[in-house]
Design a protein around this ligand. Sequence first.
Ligand code: SF4
Length: 695
Amino acid sequence: MPVETKTTCPYCGVGCGVIATVNDDGIVSIRGDQDHPANFGRLCSKGSALAETIDLEGRILHPEINGKRATWDEALDLVASRFSDTIAEHGPDSVAFYVSGQLLTEDYYLANKLMKGFIGSANIDTNSRLCMSSSVAGHRRAFGADTVPGTYEDMELADLVILTGSNLAWCHPVLYQRLAAAKAARPEMKVVVIDPRRTMSADIADMHLAIRPDGDVALFTGLLAHLSGSPAVDHAFVEDHTVGFDAAMQAATEHSLPDIAEATGLTIAELIPFYELFERTEKTVTCYSQGVNQSQSGTDKVNAIINCHLATGRIGRPGMGPFSLTGQPNAMGGREVGGLANMLAAHMAIESAGDRDRVQRFWASPAIAEKPGLKAVDMFRAVADGRIKALWIMATNPVVSMPDAGAVEAAIKACPFVVVSDVMAKTDTARHAHVLLPSLGWGEKDGTVTNSERRISRQRGFLDTPGEAKADWWQMAEVGRRMGFGAAFAFRHASEIFAEHAALSGFENLGSRDFDISGVDPKVYDGMAPLQWPRPQAGDAGTTRFFEDGRFYHADGKARFIVTALPEVDRTSADYPLTLNTGRIRDQWHTMTRTGKSARLTAHIAEPFAELHPRDAQALGIESADLVELESPHGKVLLRALISERQARGSVFAPMHWNDQFASLARIDMVVAPVTDPYSGQPASKNTGVRARRF
Ligand code: SF4
């Protein structure tokens, strides 16, 4: 008899429900789960091809030490002793974990607990730093907590959906399908796409604003200024529930419309219709993703958007609100457990002595990190200069995905002790590991993930354990035990970790923190249906929106307007005259270690490419399908020329996915500058000055 398992897609932050069927012949088939409230049965190309990526080719099936097969005891003893010895000699800040939004919440929880509560350092950061940390920082500044107010349903209920810095059609395809269906059912709904490129998402747009790279702060500052004196401003809401409106509005109105046009690269004739559309449309949702977050002004972009929603009171109500779309399947879960170097577990603040004391008492831990740890870019700099002497990398491939990837690879190569936990044996990062630990993959492991609308779903195992692979949480629990922290890491099943995570979220909470799932009964874990947080009490809370009551999480209960200065955005020069913008393509995921296995997915776009405007290509003597060398001060890559009117003049787009297994000299992050946002530490992966030449 075929056996069906309800689980969750492991790719993007939409978090679609999947039904995996293991047929009598052992063949696995995949379909969308009609009952899952994220996708109602829909899947995109990547989700549909999941069964094509679960073979064991290329998997690591046994622990290895220095490239030789080892037992688990040998590997774990070595990891525990090297970390303990390094800490004893150089202190807790001499070690680090670099983890991932691909981890399940239970894995993430234990990594954070081990580092912050027992090792006593906050040197744990995650590839989610590259994904949505600017949203986290912007939310905390505006709301006093990292709260995503709305739900996917709000996009369908809105009369105006603004997509800024989001190629929803390719990066969150099922959400795009939902939006397109809602617009088809209600053609009066308006969609505005703000993006330097005319992406596929613009195909359903009523308006496409080809903004200059990083012009978003100026665009939304100009919108706030446009709202000055408008009846769209909700003065009662502003008065009762916010602080700082006058200062933000005064700063905004100091910029003239021609200044805004100059800063955005848009004409006044393009700006005014957009501003008037926002002004007259109460039910507006502004969705944003990496084009906003991956920027040196990412946090200010987030706050410039939120400012406009606060001014109009369009937040916390159906069909309204700013909406951060997370890239990864469990970036949100990582935020919940404190997986970022500057956060504590359960949305508590590492800067707060009260929160540190609370978490330490709950864990009964010997230590608690006293200060924020190193964020991703700084962490690898610390590896490079020898401050970090032992590094554990889990479920991520920084040698491909970090900016200035060549320098990151050199740092990892020079690090005295590197542990890598992964499913694939020969990733660009795994080949530099002293200890390589085989992890369970999708379909094998058990746990939970949280999607962009705060919905927690179960990932369930339905495949046999390959070789000696083990869950990531088990690996950390074993190392914690061997470092002498026994009782605190005596977990036998992921459900026990979830129960502790849920209990911590409610510990001395009293409504003072947004993240609270203490009402979820851990006994229902195996059969748990998708649920949205918060869930402080038992029972089905249905759809949840934050801020419906106008109460925010700053001490006075009020939201904050943030004054956002217009940033310097031009990173080009005479030597490097083009702006490089990196991003996803429709059918690949991250560094292709899984999706690269599917011939069907690879057929969509078979080679890494550099997308150029025809006039730029002509000026450079580059023709379609030529090989193009892109170069910055950090490195160079070789890509296939794709010449397209969709591309803005003066810019070049290249996909982030290719690693050296699939094409040599195609790691685009070799070229990307390691420039970061000053608040979030998120790298500016969409704005590096480069030059291009025909190869
Ligand atoms: Fe998976 Fe995202 Fe596609 Fe849904 S939209 S099937 S979560 S990749």
